[in-house]
Design a protein around this ligand. Structure first.
Ligand SMILES: C[S@@+](CC[C@H](N)C(=O)[O-])C[C@H]1O[C@@H](n2cnc3c(N)ncnc32)[C@H](O)[C@@H]1O
Length: 326
């Protein structure tokens, strides 16, 4: 490969190194200026070798890879195993422990959280005026391995979709949760692989709590795929969440990670004692995003009809309900 820069000629020579984790060749670029003798540009060479030493340059950083690729949390060599037979005669298979353990101490507890969160959501949607038994096309945006979706009431015409950036979780759901469940992997680029006006309901539990980049664009994308009059149910961290974490849960017994994160953030920035309307701790996709609820409602009410705000619907998270305009 050759290129030119100013009056001095630049030669780009490529050598290839086998990187089994990428499944393709990585390209190492050496640059030499034709000044009479070959002189590699040392800084570029050093950067390239640092990137290679750290592993595949893009995939090794979740903060970069998630912009482009579905997240693969564990393991560098994806392997799919045959489905595990269902442990229950009358139910759907339960995911392996590492996929559910953040939701409880036992598989039963994990399932109960999913059933409960669906019940609470449908209750709030009914209160907001939705005829929930008429929902046929439903999308769980950020569904993980289908914790909630598996409990969504099914009718004859149901089409129950789940999407997530975690390829590992979607892969499990695709292989274990049969029709009417359907799953697809997405990326953190705000695009959903569906046509306009398709869904009756899109719900996102504990997902906008982690989207620090392009949240408005994501909300608009959700609206695009909803039919006119369709509903959005989403949860956020808000000022009530902050009060709960630093008050009722301040003993760290229940949510030590979040309590410590908020305390450290406050010690470092002093934000919580000021008139904040939005802040993010850490970066996408590990971000913990906080909105003052009325700030977000005012902002997104310009895009859709706001119907309800209810604190503590998903543990310390606040639920919002919007409806796409007719
Ligand atoms: C706290 S989990 C909640 C999972 C699921 N909603 C539930 O309640 O069981 C957050 C999920 O959102 C997913 N996620 C984060 N950002 C996303 C994005 N931009 N698009 C799709 N999924 C996303 C994560 O991969 C993760 O599975």
């Amino acid at each position: 490969m050759r290129g030119c820069q100013g009056s001095s000629r630049v030669e780009l020579s490529t050598s290839r190194t086998r990187r089994s984790t990428l499944g393709s060749d990585d390209m190492v670029i050496e640059v030499t200026r034709s000044t009479g003798r070959r002189r590699p540009l040392l800084a570029l060479r050093r950067r390239a070798s640092e990137a290679l030493a750290a592993g595949p340059a893009i995939l090794s950083s979740p903060f970069v890879s998630a912009k482009l690729l579905p997240l693969q949390h564990r393991g560098r060599d994806p392997v799919l195993m045959r489905p595990i037979p269902s442990p229950l005669d009358d139910g759907l298979p339960i995911p392996p422990k590492e996929l559910w353990e953040r939701w409880g101490h036992s598989a039963e507890q994990y399932l109960e959280t999913g059933r409960t969160d669906v019940g609470i959501m449908l209750g709030l949607l009914e209160e907001a005026g939705a005829a929930t038994d008429e929902f046929q096309r439903v999308l769980d945006f950020g569904c993980a391995e289908g914790r909630m979706l598996r409990f969504f009431p099914q009718g004859r015409e149901s089409e129950l979709w789940g999407v997530d950036i975690s390829a590992e979780r979607i892969s499990w759901a695709q292989r274990h949760l049969p029709d009417p469940f359907r799953f697809a992997v997405v990326t953190t680029a705000p695009h959903l692989p569906f046509e306009d006006n398709r869904f009756d309901l899109v719900y996102c539990l504990s997902v906008f709590t982690h989207i620090s980049d392009l949240a408005d664009a994501w909300f608009l994308e959700v609206l695009r795929i909803l039919r006119p009059g369709g509903f959005v149910y989403l949860t956020i961290h808000d000022e009530h969440t902050v009060d709960l974490l630093l008050g009722r849960y301040g003993d760290r017994k229940k949510h030590p990670y979040m309590v410590d994160l908020l305390r450290k953030f406050e010690a470092e920035t002093g934000t919580l004692s000021q008139e904040w309307v939005y802040f993010t701790i850490l970066a996408d996709p590990a971000a913990q995003v906080f909105y003052r609820a009325d700030y977000l409602v005012e902002k997104w009410s310009k895009l859709a009809d706001w119907l309800a705000t209810k604190p503590e619907t998903a543990d310390y998270q606040t639920a919002l309900v919007f409806r796409k305009r007719l």
